[in-house]
Write a protein that binds this ligand. Sequence first.
Ligand code: F6P
Length: 330
Amino acid sequence: MPRIAVLTSGGDSPGMNAAIRATVRCGSELGLEMFGVKRGFAGLIEGELVPLDNRAVGGIIERGGTILYTARSAEFLTEEGQGHALATVRKWQLDGLIVIGGNGSLKGARWLQEQGLPAVGIPASIDNDIYGTTMAIGVDTALNTVVEGLNRLRDTAVSHERAFVTEVMGRTSGYIALMGGLAGGAEVVLIPEVPTALEWVSRQVEEGLRKGKHHSIIVVAEGFAPKGTKPEKGSSIGRTVSHFLEESGSIETRLTILGHLQRGGSPTAFDRILACRLGQAAVRLLSEGESGVMAALSGQQVVTIPLAKIDRPSGNVNLEIYNLVYALAN
Ligand code: F6P
């Protein structure tokens, strides 16, 4: 019986559990012996594996986070750590590995494939910044969390006639800010892909006031940097934007940082369905002898994308949508 392990790595995202469940249940149907690696690549280094049968993954489709735990393993980037990880692969006689995670995790899968371990990736990251997939697991749930937050903030923004700066996740990707802003009816969206001067932001808010808008919702991605500046590590760009608006004197401003709230929660139907489909595809690929690829979503279709292409930009942030946000803020 081929022995296949599954791990979750990097930032958790809602739907990872549904993906684990799908790999285990479809894998056992295909005659594979399934194992879970705890704490991602850190667990592979430490040899923390557990057998996973169909019952072990019961009652998790609706749970956020990951039952396998996750980590960002700096050690896996070292020669020593990699040596230990390969020793675990040999010790447990693994015939294949499924990696559920974002860009860094999928690069780890690619490296293991290059070392001779058949590996297949499943894209999961709330940032939606992975090449080759229209949607990664967890994006839809995170977006709904952002929109729910914006709805609540709008209530109080309207009542007090204030501006609300809402900082959302996305160190290098403005996807959540852009799509969350569009769906939440934001007046301004600030993303890393479009450096914008803060003076322009306050002019935009003032323009709204002139048009009779007495409140403003400004969504800013954590990785945004005002035009001509670089992102500052460890400081909140939301705070900078909020302070600038308050100082400009045209409107009272408050700041909300949504932070890790965006990473938790029960996955939406969309994320569960995506996770089920990609989980099934990943084990099928391995059982058919295909590896070095990621199971991904292209439009409505599940497709395979070579892990060799993972360094490419995702192209998921669409400037037409950026312009639409401003067209609708009129
Ligand atoms: O990669 C997903 C993500 O949530 C990013 O949006 C965010 O910048 C980062 O992880 C936060 O990482 P951590 O949980 O390690 O602080």
